[in-house]
Design a protein. Structure first.
Length: 347
């Protein structure tokens, strides 16, 4: 991930569909700062708040994202197709707005994490994605033709995964015929691989993430079942606020709105098992730290459903659908799964 040796002004733009795209930009920003480049972050809402907390000294631009409504049911693909005209219009608008941002901020390089409209012929443009091949129940060929057209507009496409067989994304990134501008850069995690020497503090760590209303639906479901146990549990809600908001739900359950990187790393290392979505950024973090997890994919998100199924088939992490979620069964079944221990070396 080496750019020109001379110092450059680099614009980082994460997608605002949950916090995962922003969190996986953290190691990129740290590395580019180490190389001596000047970073400008363009984001909005949760990702903007999160990255401001992590990098208070950087320059930030409020850059509106796509206006997407997430369904409460499983018809995610149909909903996205119906909203596609609005999404394409948003991509067109961000493409035009990028020209002004580049000129006003004297940008040399643009790095877009899954924001499709952020290429420009006058600067080096880089696209980050782990989905070179998008899985959809309908219109899959059409969807991927559009996906590949956008990716080809960029000078480079960085895939946050290993190129060989020991990879995390499976069929999402590893196809027989790759696009010509693809570069595998290794998994991106804000955490560092290390020996876990911390004593266990939490029996269960629940990490909530993703768009509403599914985030809140899953939170209510998990809390209801945890109240029937004596498991010492911490719930990280994934809601970024100006300050962390802690709450004692009952004698064995504590919640916090959000945690910065160092605190979350400590919590992860001192937890017996993690319950979370199977988002790719979460998987990269868990794999880097070698943790054990129970996956509950966001309903209708085919990428998460594929990844959850993939790691369950490999005997790494047990998974359940949200409608079938039963914590007692999941904890018992997880005893037969290895977790990510010693299967992935993040360099």
């Amino acid at each position: 991930m080496e750019l020109k040796k001379s110092k450059e002004r680099i614009l980082i733009c994460p997608l605002n569909w949950g916090l995962g795209h922003a969190t996986r930009c953290i190691p990129i920003i740290n590395e580019l700062i180490r190389q001596g480049h000047t970073i400008v972050v363009a984001a909005d809402e949760g990702p903007l708040k999160l990255l401001k907390k992590e990098f208070p000294d950087l320059a930030f631009i409020v850059f509106p994202n796509y206006s997407v409504r997430y369904p409460s049911g499983r018809n995610m693909t149909v909903s996205m197709l119906l909203q596609s005209p609005q999404i394409f219009y948003s991509i067109y608008k961000e493409h035009l707005q990028l020209k002004k941002i580049i000129a006003h901020n004297k940008i040399d390089v643009v790095i877009s994490d899954n924001r499709f409209g952020l290429w420009n012929k006058y600067v080096k443009s880089i696209f980050i994605t782990h989905q070179l091949f998008i899985k959809t129940p309908i219109a899959q060929v059409f969807t991927n033709a559009i996906n590949h057209w956008f990716i080809k507009q960029y000078d480079e496409c960085w895939v946050p995964d290993a190129e060989g067989e020991n990879n995390l994304s499976g069929e999402l990134s590893h196809q027989q015929k790759q696009l010509p501008n693809v570069k595998f850069i290794g998994a991106l995690s804000r955490f560092n691989k290390q020996e876990n020497s911390l004593e266990k503090k939490w029996d269960v760590l629940v990490i909530l993430s993703g768009p509403e209303p599914q985030r809140s639906i899953f939170e209510n479901l998990v809390v209801q079942q945890l109240k029937q146990t004596s498991l010492k549990t911490l719930i990280v809600k994934g809601v970024v606020r100006d300050e962390e908001v802690w709450e004692e739900i009952n004698s064995n359950i504590t919640s916090v709105s959000h945690l910065p990187t160092k605190q979350l790393e400590t919590v992860l290392l001192s937890s017996e098992i993690i319950v979370s979505r199977s988002g790719y950024s979460t998987i990269m973090d868990l794999a880097t730290l070698g943790k054990k997890a129970i996956f509950v994919p966001t309903p209708g998100q085919t990428e998460q459903e594929y990844l959850a199924e993939r790691f369950m088939k490999k005997g790494i992490c047990f998974s359940q659908t949200q409608t079938e979620f039963d914590l007692e069964i999941a904890l018992k079944e997880s005893e037969n799964h290895t977790g990510f221990k010693n299967i992935f070396d993040n360099k």
